[in-house]
Design a protein around this ligand. Structure first.
Ligand code: ADP
Ligand code: ADP
Ligand code: MG
Length: 671
C-alpha cells in the first residue's frame, strides 16, 4: 500500500480523506493557500505545503504546484477530492507521466465523461437511456430556436462543459430561447472557458437520482445503489438521501445495470457517479457522469458500510475489488443536509464571516428522537473561531443521519439540526429543519422543484406548532426561574423574599398563566387555564448558554435562546418567537403597552454581505418600482442581484461600481 499520499483540496473533504488515510496507516500531505494556513486540514495533516494566494486559480488549481509538492514530500499518490483538479483529465494524465498515482479514474474516462455532449454520445452507444434532445453543438440563436421547436417546449439549454448547476437554463417558449441561449453561452464562456451549448427536453417535475459506481483496474465494476438528490436550489443539491423513496427493486436494478454498462464502456476504474433524471412514473434518463468522489458520498457509505475513499485508494494502488455485486446490500436509510453559509431569511444570500460559535451535534448513536435511535455523522472542515471566506465554496459542513427506516432517519435529522448551533454568520439550519418537518418531505414525494413549490415566497420561518409553543413556554419559565433564584442570592433586598411561582408567559402574542412546581425529577409547569402540566426534565441550561436542551413530557428537544430587550428570542427548528415571562401584575401593564414598531428599513437598500459593487442600476431622483434591480454585488464567486422591496424615488446613492462594501452598508436610500 502507499505510505504517503497528497490531498489536493481543502476544507471538509481534505479532513475526510485524512481520516481514512490515518486509519489505513498512510501518511498525509495537505497543500494550502494563504486563506487556509490555520485550517483544520492543515492542523491534522502529517505534512503541509504552502501553494500560494487565496484565489483557487493561483493555488489549488495550478497543477505544477501540486506536482512539485508531491516531489518535495515524496507523496506517491494524489487524492483530488471534488471540485478543483478532480475532473481535469490533463491533470490525471500529468500525474501519470510524472510517476504519481492519481486517486481517481484514468484520464481517458475523465475526458470521455467530462463533457456533456461527448458523454451523451458515449451513453447512447452503450444503450443507456438519454434525455430526448439534440446531442451536438448549436451554432447560433436561430439554430437554437429551430432545435427547441423540434424537441418541443419546455427545453433545457445547457453548457457542454457545465457543472455545479452553472450554465443551465430552462426555456418554456421561443422568447426564452432567444434570451437564454446567448446568456448561457456567455456564462459558459466566462465560467468554463468553453461556449459549446446543447439543448435537451426538460423533464417536468423530475427527480434527481444517481447511481454510485466503483471500478478497479482489473475490469470489475459494481454499483453501490442510488442516492436521491431532488432537494435542490438553483440546480444545486441541498438535501440528499440513500436509498431513494421512489425506486422499487426492479427500477433500482435497471438503473444500476445501465450505470455499470456505461462505466464498463469507458473503462472506469475508480469511484464515480452516473446521474439520471427520473420521472414520477419511474422512467429515467441519463444526465451526466461525475468522474470523482461526490459531495454526497457519505449517505452511500452509511447504507453500505463501505468507505469510498478507502476503496478509491485501494483500487488506485491496483487492488482488486474485494466484493461482487451480490455481496452488496442496502442497510437502513441515510440523509445528508448541506449546512451552507447563507441567510435563508434573506433570499439565501451568501453570508461570510467568523464562526463565533460552532457546536455540531456529537457524532455516533443518539437515542433521543421520538421515533427511536439514530446515528449522526458530521463531515466538517472548520472549528469554532474559523472564518468562512469569500474565496471558496460556502459549505460549512455535511450533516448526515442514519436509522433503520426513512421515517426515523428524517426524525433524527430534525433532532440533529436542533442540536447544531452556529453563531456569527447566516446559515441555513432553520430552513433545513423546516423541510424535515414538512409532510410532503416526510412522505417522500420529492421533485427538483420541491423548494420553489413549497417555499414560493421564499423562507420566513414557520409558525410554532402546539408542541413548540409548549416548549417555548416551559423553557422561558424555567430560565426565568433560574435567573430569579440567582438574583435572589446575589441581590440583598430580595434575599428574604421567595421566588414567585405564578407567572404569565407570552409566546409572541399568546398569553398563558403558569404555576411552577418542583416535580419529582424536574420542573412542572402547570398551565392553569388548560388543566395540563408540562413536565420539563433533563435540562442542562445555565445563564449565558445559547442553547437549552431537555425533555418536555418525555420528548427530547433543543432550542436556541437569545436574550432580547425584554425576555428571550427562542428558536425551535424553523419556528422563532419572542417570549416574555412576567408577574401577573406586570402582565396587565404589558398588555396595555402599544406594540413596538419595528424600525422601517424598507426605504433603505442595504448590502446583505461584504462584496464588490458590480453596478448601481438606479440614479438620483429615479422612480423605482418594487422588484426592479437596484444594484449588483459580487461575493463568493456569485453575482447577487439586489431588488427594490417597494416603490420609491431614489433620494441618495451611497456606492458606485468598483466599491468594496461591508455587510449592512447603505447602498441606496429611497425618499
Ligand atoms: P453536481 O456536479 O452534480 O452538481 P455536486 O453537487 O456534488 O454535483 O457538486 C457540484 C460541483 O461543485 C462539482 O463540480 C463539485 O466538484 C463542486 N463542489 C461542490 N461542493 C464543493 C465544495 N464544498 N468544495 C469544492 N467543490 C465543491
Ligand atoms: P451539473 O453539471 O451542473 O450538475 P446536470 O446536468 O447534472 O448539471 O443538471 C443539474 C440539475 O438540473 C439536475 O440535478 C436536475 O435537477 C436538473 N436537470 C438537468 N437536466 C434536466 C432535464 N433535462 N430536465 C429536467 N431537469 C434537469
Ligand atoms: Mg450534475
Amino acid at each position: 500500500m502507499f505510505t504517503k499520499i497528497l490531498i489536493a483540496n481543502r476544507g471538509e473533504i481534505a479532513v475526510r480523506i485524512i481520516k481514512t488515510a490515518r486509519r489505513m496507516g498512510i501518511k498525509t500531505v495537505v497543500v494550502y493557500s494563504e486563506a487556509d494556513a490555520d485550517s483544520l486540514a492543515v492542523e491534522m495533516a502529517d505534512e503541509t505545503v504552502f501553494i500560494g494566494p487565496a484565489p483557487a486559480s493561483e493555488s489549488y488549481l495550478i497543477a505544477d504546484k501540486i506536482i512539485d509538492a508531491c516531489k518535495q514530500t515524496g507523496a506517491q499518490a494524489v487524492h483530488p477530492g471534488f471540485g478543483f483538479l478532480s475532473e481535469k483529465a490533463e491533470f490525471a494524465q500529468r500525474c501519470k507521466d510524472e510517476g504519481i498515482v492519481f486517486i481517481g479514474p484514468n484520464a481517458g474516462a475523465i475526458s470521455a465523461m467530462g463533457d456533456k455532449i461527448e458523454s451523451k454520445k458515449f451513453a447512447a452507444a452503450a444503450n443507456v437511456s438519454c434525455v430526448p434532445g439534440h446531442i451536438g453543438e448549436i451554432a447560433d440563436t436561430a439554430h437554437a430556436v429551430k432545435i427547441s421547436e423540434e424537441i418541443g417546449y419546455p427545453v433545457m439549454i445547457k453548457a457542454s462543459a457545465g457543472g455545479g448547476g452553472k450554465g443551465i437554463r430552462v426555456a418554456m417558449n421561443r422568447k426564452d430561447v432567444e434570451e437564454g441561449f446567448p446568456a448561457v453561452r456567455a456564462e459558459a464562456k466566462g465560467a468554463f472557458g468553453d461556449d459549446r451549448i446543447f439543448i435537451e427536453k426538460f423533464i417536468t417535475s423530475p427527480r434527481h437520482i444517481e447511481i454510485q459506481v466503483l471500478g478497479d483496474k482489473h475490469g470489475n465494476v459494481v454499483h453501490l445503489f442510488e442516492r436521491e438528490c431532488s432537494i435542490q436550489r438553483r440546480n444545486q443539491k441541498v438535501i440528499e438521501e440513500a436509498p431513494s423513496p421512489l425506486l422499487d427493486p426492479e427500477t433500482r436494478a435497471a438503473m444500476g445495470a445501465q450505470a455499470v454498462a456505461l462505466a464498463n464502456a469507458v473503462g472506469y476504474d475508480s469511484a464515480g457517479t452516473v446521474e439520471f433524471v427520473a420521472g414520477q412514473d419511474k422512467s429515467f434518463y441519463f444526465l451526466e457522469m461525475n468522474t470523482r468522489l461526490q459531495v454526497e458520498h457519505p449517505v452511500t457509505e452509511l447504507i453500505t458500510g463501505l468507505d469510498l475513499v478507502e476503496q478509491m485508494i485501494r483500487v488506485a494502488y491496483g487492488e482488486k475489488l474485494a466484493f461482487k455485486q451480490d455481496d452488496l446490500k442496502i442497510n437502513g436509510w441515510a440523509i445528508e443536509s448541506r449546512i451552507y453559509a447563507e441567510d435563508p431569511y434573506r433570499k439565501f444570500l451568501p453570508s461570510i464571516g467568523r464562526l463565533v460559535r460552532y457546536d455540531p451535534p456529537a457524532e455516533g448513536e443518539h437515542g433521543s428522537s421520538h421515533l427511536g435511535a439514530y446515528t449522526v455523522r458530521n463531515d466538517g472542515g472548520v472549528r469554532e473561531g474559523d472564518e468562512i471566506s469569500m474565496y471558496y465554496d460556502p459549505m460549512i459542513s455535511k450533516l448526515c443521519t442514519w436509522a433503520p427506516t426513512r421515517e426515523a432517519a428524517v426524525a433524527g435529522m430534525g433532532r440533529a439540526l436542533e442540536d447544531f448551533h452556529i453563531e456569527g454568520l447566516g446559515q441555513n439550519i432553520p430552513f433545513l429543519a423546516a423541510v424535515m418537518d414538512q409532510d410532503r418531505f416526510k412522505s417522500g414525494a420529492l421533485a427538483t422543484n420541491y423548494i420553489t413549490d413549497e417555499f414560493p415566497g421564499g423562507f420566513n420561518g414557520t409558525v410554532p406548532t402546539d408542541f413548540q409553543t409548549d416548549v417555548m413556554t416551559a423553557v422561558a419559565a424555567s430560565m426565568h426561574r433560574v435567573m430569579a433564584a440567582r438574583a435572589r442570592t446575589i441581590g440583598n433586598g430580595l434575599a428574604q423574599r421567595g421566588v414567585r411561582e405564578d407567572w404569565v408567559v407570552f409566546v409572541d402574542k399568546q398569553e398563558r398563566t403558569v404555576t411552577l412546581v418542583d416535580g419529582a425529577v424536574g420542573l412542572d409547569v402547570v398551565l392553569s387555564g388548560e388543566g395540563r402540566t408540562l413536565s420539563l426534565t433533563e435540562t442542562d441550561w445555565r445563564p449565558g448558554k445559547p442553547t437549552y436542551k431537555g425533555l418536555l413530557n418525555g420528548r427530547a428537544f433543543t432550542v436556541a435562546v437569545m436574550p432580547a430587550a425584554e425576555g428571550f428570542t427562542i428558536r425551535h427548528r424553523a419556528a422563532k418567537a419572542q417570549v416574555v415571562v412576567l408577574t401577573p401584575h406586570s402582565a396587565e401593564l404589558h398588555k396595555r403597552l402599544p406594540a413596538k414598531q419595528a424600525a422601517d428599513t424598507s426605504k433603505l437598500i442595504i448590502s446583505p454581505m461584504p462584496g464588490l459593487v458590480v453596478s448601481i442600476e438606479v440614479a438620483l431622483g429615479q422612480e423605482v418600482k418594487e422588484g426592479e434591480i437596484v444594484c449588483i454585488i459580487e461575493a463568493m464567486k456569485m453575482q447577487n442581484i439586489i431588488r427594490a422591496e417597494r416603490d420609491g424615488v431614489v433620494k441618495e446613492v451611497g456606492a458606485k461600481a468598483g466599491d468594496s462594501v461591508a455587510a449592512d452598508e447603505i447602498l441606496v436610500e429611497f425618499a
